[in-house]
Design a binder for this molecule. Structure first.
Ligand code: ZN
Length: 64
């Protein structure tokens, strides 16, 4: 009875490890690291970086 539980647990852990390796970037591919951080948002008006995503402070300053 215990062997069955242990084997099931081991299989479960192996499946979890496989899926985790497939999902996590950086293990297999040696490409660019563009997968970690989200793309920086650019203001459509002035084209500068707007990291907060709200109203652009550059445009605010220019408009007063
Ligand atoms: Zn702007």
């Amino acid at each position: 009875m215990m062997l069955k539980i242990v084997s099931l647990f081991l299989i479960f852990m192996v499946v979890l490890a496989i899926f985790g390796r497939l999902r996590l970037p950086g293990f297999g591919g040696k490409g660019d690291r563009a997968g970690g951080l989200p793309k920086p948002k650019l203001c459509p008006d002035c084209g500068r970086y707007n990291l907060r995503g709200g109203p652009c402070r550059h445009c605010r300053n220019e408009q007063g």
